[in-house]
Design a protein around this ligand. Structure first.
Ligand code: DON
Length: 564
């Protein structure tokens, strides 16, 4: 029950924003552009990114501008108080990844969310000051700028300063979300002046303190956030609320360049995020699990298609729970997890006649040799560079702690660490020793920013929010395009489903065709079709055979593709 409740939390989060969304009637043709595009959670942010591309800025410049714009216009997930991952591919085919994931504070310890009886205290890792991890976003954006930026940072941040000061128009879904969290804002903060009101569609939301913070960052750079006035504001705010993040935590924060996970599937090369995200490695395991079955022979979203994907997901998420964590702290058996043989073997006890109960599945048998409310956007520039970025506060508005003087929310990413081995987090994900809490450890993520090549050429940029459902949303969208020949928008609009080993349920979006459910139930599959309004918000770009771009902006949200 606990596990189901955990997962329901994230789903309810999406429900708040998209109860009425009927994926069936949603658009199948996306925006087509000749040479450059940004697809993000809000039109304002996509437009700001595209304005930078039109000025001659590259995809990395546009990334910085879009990211900061999302921090203003989409404060439920866009952020400067959170963290994220970027996967990139340059026009020369050079690939890489930047990790600016939050870290556990120095004073964190493995039992910090347990009571005297060793039980997890509900809410302690999700709501309020103790839930906050040391933010990485600003460090990430400056690191990207240092390596790849071509326009001055001041030019990239200015549109967001202006938008924070002049305001933006609140959408219907956004008003619903803001109102939904009003009580939580009150619990997490000592005083809530700014957000303590009822919001309506069409209201203008201005955030003058955020404008000032962004101006200070413009004028003093990265250090403003990690050791300047903004750092003081964060620490003062958190300490007033019983938090443990110190100036030392902030000043020690560092981003890490990582090698992305790269693998081949048929004629495609898939490039995705490496640990501390589970996204890339789980994606690789999923593709290698289904590869022997020639999935395209089963009609899209048919009973067999659902079975095959569910059984692969069940096994892969069991591995995720056991093996994966911060690679700077734990030894991950990457070679085995990436092996074709290993993943094929994991599927050997799958039969078409009967579901494999999750209770019969554990992590794979690998010998470890000792030595041990998110948002995604996709960008392609006129030069052919591509970036896939997923960034998060974790839950909607993160910990709900609002740094009033600074005008921004802080994450609740600590919940992505295992509060207790085997105890589910807010996405119902269970973790093991590999993801236990330790000072300065990065929490395991599901974020899956992904780039795909075909024949050595850029084919697709994709990613999604949605906690544990991110990996399966990305997986299904890649399959939609490469196995079922869908266009980008058609793929993004298609109904999705999800299984994550525990709880042992297949979650289907409301829009999902129920025809196969009776037969699946007979085979022992447990189906939840009630609780999920929608799964994920996929924002993606497809390079069409003629070289033009098709955007896929997720109609489940306010997402928007802008290009030229
Ligand atoms: O890193 C992760 O996997 C989670 N913190 C992502 C949270 C998320 O996607 C919330 N989205 N709606």
């Amino acid at each position: 029950m606990m596990k189901k409740l955990g997962l329901l939390f994230i789903i309810s989060l999406f429900l708040v924003q998209c109860k009425e969304s009927k994926v069936k009637d949603l658009p199948v043709k996306g925006l087509i552009a000749e040479s450059a595009m940004v697809v993000s959670a809000r039109n304002e942010a996509s437009a700001i990114g595209v304005a930078i591309l039109k000025k001659g800025g590259n995809a990395f410049d546009a990334m910085i501008a879009t990211d900061l714009a999302l921090a203003v216009v989409h404060p439920a997930a866009g952020n400067i108080g959170g963290g994220g991952f970027t996967v990139f591919r340059t026009n020369e085919g050079l690939t890489g990844a930047l990790d600016y994931r939050e870290k556990a504070p120095l004073a964190a310890h493995r039992d910090m969310y347990l009571d005297e009886d060793g039980k997890v205290v509900p809410g302690k890792s999700t709501l309020g000051a103790l839930a906050v991890g040391v933010p990485g976003t600003i460090a990430g954006l400056f690191e990207i700028h240092k390596k790849f930026g071509s326009l001055p940072f001041s030019e990239l941040i200015q549109p967001s300063i202006d938008m924070a000061r002049n305001g933006f128009v609140v959408t219907k879904k956004q008003a619903r979300g803001l109102n939904y969290y009003r009580e939580a804002f009150k619990i997490a903060n000592q005083r809530v002046i700014y957000f303590d009101r009822e919001w309506n569609e069409g209201d203008t939301l201005k955030n003058p303190n955020m404008a000032l913070t962004l101006e200070r960052i413009r004028d003093h750079g990265r250090e403003e956030f990690y050791s300047g006035r903004t750092a003081d504001m964060i620490v003062d705010c958190l300490q007033g609320l019983g938090g443990i993040i110190t100036k030392e935590d902030l000043s020690k924060y560092k981003t890490v360049w990582r090698d992305p996970v790269e693998f081949e599937y048929k004629e495609y090369k898939i490039i995705s995020m490496s640990p501390p995200s589970s996204g890339g490695i789980c994606l690789e395991e999923l593709f290698k699990s289904i590869d022997p079955y020639d999935i395209a022979q089963y009609p899209h979203n048919s009973e067999q298609y659902i079975q095959l994907i569910t059984e692969a997901e069940r096994r892969v998420y069991a591995d995720r729970a056991y093996f994966l964590g911060d690679p700077d702290f734990v030894k991950i058996p990457m070679d085995s997890l990436k092996s074709r043989f290993y993943n094929k073997n994991r599927m050997l006890n799958f039969t078409w006649e009967q579901a494999t109960p999750s209770s019969a599945i554990s992590h794979g048998n690998i010998e470890i040799i000792e030595s041990n409310e998110t948002t995604h956007y996709s960008i392609i520039d006129t030069y052919g560079n591509a970036v896939a970025v997923t960034t998060t506060l974790n839950g909607g508005y993160g910990s709900k702690v609002y740094v009033e003087d600074g005008g921004f929310f802080l994450n609740n990413e600590m919940d992505d660490l295992s509060a207790k081995v085997g105890s589910p987090n807010m996405f119902g994900l269970v973790g093991a020793e590999a993801n236990s809490i330790a000072p300065e450890k990065r929490m395991l993520s599901s974020m899956t920013p992904t780039i795909i090549e075909k024949g050595g050429k850029l084919k697709m940029v994709v990613g999604s929010p949605g906690g544990s459902t991110i990996i399966t949303s990305v997986f299904q969208n890649i399959l939609n395009v490469i196995e079922f020949d869908m266009g980008m928008q058609e793929s993004v609009s298609s109904s999705r489903f999800h299984h994550q080993w525990l709880p042992d349920l297949i979650y289907f979006e409301h829009s999902f065709d129920t025809v196969s459910f009776a037969s699946l139930r007979k085979k022992g599959y447990i189906i939840d079709h009630e609780d999920y309004g929608s799964i994920g918000r996929v924002d993606a770009i497809l390079v069409m055979p003629d070289g033009r771009l098709e955007g896929g902006a997720d109609p489940r949200g306010d997402d928007s593709a802008v290009g030229f």
